[in-house]
Design a protein. Structure first.
Lengths: 116, 111
């Protein structure tokens, strides 16, 4: 069964550095998402992406964040200048459809980002 | 605004006992409700969704719009049900279908 994959599984970075988290969604899916989970807190929506543009973003997703689908398979989340509070597990998800009838979102295993 | 509340962080039952994981939501429009499960060292995966009205692994959940609840139930818990359970909501009026998650309930089924 196809799965969403994410790399790396764990990323350690220094505060102020840029990081890029990578995701390969399921191949015939059209909608892509990033969520994050700070340790001990709930899973929070960051951004959704469709047809090469952001379709929705949360208040967390400020100018420090950007998303891109650089080729036909990868979906990336970039954090320009990391802060300590960006330390979290970042989940990528994809779905075939969205909108009026929400399709199932399939989640990747997550990337644990640690900012020192 | 969308909000999901799971009042129990931890729930412990014995094998064979009934289990109910509570979920309440707040949303002004027509919600879609989901239960996701995360077994130890595995990814988040969909357990069931209210529009399917089906039973998965013996679990059922009924959307109660009057009480704004979507509690997850199983009549006879099994040890393999031990996992983290997340209730989630998606608003049909929202494009992109963001999921709003509850805090999660860690279910432990003891032998």
């Amino acid at each position: 069964e196809p799965e969403v994959t994410q790399t790396p599984s764990h990323q350690v970075t220094q505060m102020g550095q840029e990081v890029i988290l990578r995701c390969v969604p399921i191949s015939n899916h059209l909608y892509f998402y990033w969520y994050r989970q700070i340790l001990g807190q709930k899973v929070e929506f960051l951004v959704s992406f469709y047809n090469n543009e952001i379709s929705e973003k949360s208040e967390i997703f400020d100018d420090q964040f950007s998303v891109e689908r650089p080729d036909g398979s990868n979906f990336t989340l970039k954090i320009r200048s990391t802060k300590l509070e960006d330390s979290a597990m970042y989940f990528c998800a994809s779905s075939k459809l969205a909108g009026a009838l929400t399709d199932t979102q399939y989640f990747g295993p997550g990337t644990r980002l640690t900012v020192l | 605004a969308q909000r999901v509340t799971q009042p129990e962080k931890l729930l412990s039952v014995f094998k064979g006992a009934p289990v109910e994981l509570k979920c309440n939501y707040s949303y002004s429009g027509s919600p879609e409700l989901f239960w996701y499960v995360q077994y130890s060292r595995q990814r988040l995966q969909l357990l069931l969704r209210h529009i399917s009205r089906e039973s998965i692994k013996g679990f059922t959940a009924d959307l109660n719009k009057g009480e704004t609840s979507f509690h997850l139930k199983k009549p006879f818990a099994q040890e393999e049900d031990s996992a983290m359970y997340y209730c989630a909501l998606s608003g049909q009026e929202t494009s992109g279908s963001r999921l709003t998650f509850g805090e999660g309930t860690q279910l432990t089924v003891n032998p």
